[in-house]
Ligand binder design. Structure first.
Ligand SMILES: [Ca+2]
Ligand SMILES: [Ca+2]
Ligand SMILES: [Ca+2]
Length: 302
């Protein structure tokens, strides 16, 4: 079948599959022993059965900050491969795709507009017209063999040539704070900063990446069960937003000590229209060995 006809055929096939919503919800693959995990909110976009009998699935996930497509495959429909990050943004509208000769062929309408936002600069992607040809070999490439593909490392700003980017003995794929070297000794105001950020992360109902602005130019490790925390300098956060746009939570907590009081200026920023914060005063209780909230001076939201 000529490629164009084949793509139209696939488009109809994909639309048909997409209409079977319930079937897909029931068919979300359960994948064991994975590095990234499929976030609870991940959505199965559709399936494709290759000529060799392998079933491929595209999954939508914002695990790396924005809704993007991840690929997984199965021989028997029960055991699925680790999800493979594609960096392709999910967009409204329909698309068709197939796996052909170890290449992901995907038709994305309006992709050039999305490109302007995401600034994708992958050499392996042919973005001529609406059709992208992406080599599976390139998608799976993990040069340093740390469990994160080169493309995933690009998204997380880790070093694709170093298994342990921050040198804390935790491999990049397993390190929730892959950009934060171990800091064993924190000053009191740094401990309060960590306490505030940890408490916010604990209440965050998603496992997409979170950016935390470095406190006093220091990288600090935060506690998170699922998902990555990227500790970045103010300049690096600005570069991130300039490159990718708004949408990823950015947390800031500045602490100033005034006598016994510690004044916290906290900010949770997703976009200029979606931000909130507060100024509060804490004191350290020696007897309880914990931070005590004394008063909230002001709170705000946009
Ligand atoms: Ca890697
Ligand atoms: Ca690495
Ligand atoms: Ca590490």
């Amino acid at each position: 079948m000529p490629k164009k006809l084949k793509i139209i055929h696939l488009f109809l096939f994909s639309s048909m599959i997409l209409s079977c919503g319930l079937y897909q919800i029931l068919s979300i693959p359960r994948i064991n022993n994975i590095h990234y995990g499929i976030p609870p909110g991940a959505e199965l976009k559709n399936k494709y059965r290759a000529s060799d009998g392998t079933t491929w699935s595209l999954i939508s996930s914002d695990y790396f900050g924005f809704p993007e497509l991840w690929l997984t495959h199965s021989k028997d429909g029960k055991r699925w491969s680790w999800p493979i990050y594609t960096a392709i943004p999910v967009q409204n509208g329909s698309y068709a795709w197939e796996i052909e000769d170890s290449t992901l062929v995907i038709v994305l309408k309006g992709y050039s507009t999305i490109l302007e936002i995401y600034h994708y600069s992958r050499e392996n992607m042919d973005t001529c017209g609406d059709t992208c040809f992406i080599s599976l070999h390139d998608l799976l490439s993990d040069i340093d063999n740390d469990g994160l593909t080169d493309l995933a490392e690009w998204a997380l700003q880790t070093d694709p040539l170093r298994q342990d980017t921050d040198g804390d003995s935790m491999l990049d794929a397993r390190d929730k704070n892959p950009l934060a070297p171990l800091n064993r000794h924190l000053l009191p105001e740094e401990k309060l900063h960590k306490f505030i950020i940890d408490a916010t992360i604990e209440q965050f109902d998603s496992d997409k990446i979170i950016l935390v602005e470095q406190y006093n130019k220091k990288s600090i490790e935060y506690t998170r069960k699922r998902g990555f925390v990227l500790n970045l300098s103010p300049e690096a956060i600005k570069t991130f937003v300039d490159s990718f746009g708004y949408g990823v939570p950015i947390l800031r907590a500045q602490v100033t000590q005034i006598d016994e009081d510690y004044r916290v200026e906290f900010e949770f920023f997703i976009s200029p229209q979606d931000a909130w914060g507060y100024t509060a005063v804490y004191i350290w209780s020696e007897s309880l060995e914990e931070w005590i909230h004394k008063e909230t001076v002001e709170s705000w939201e946009s």
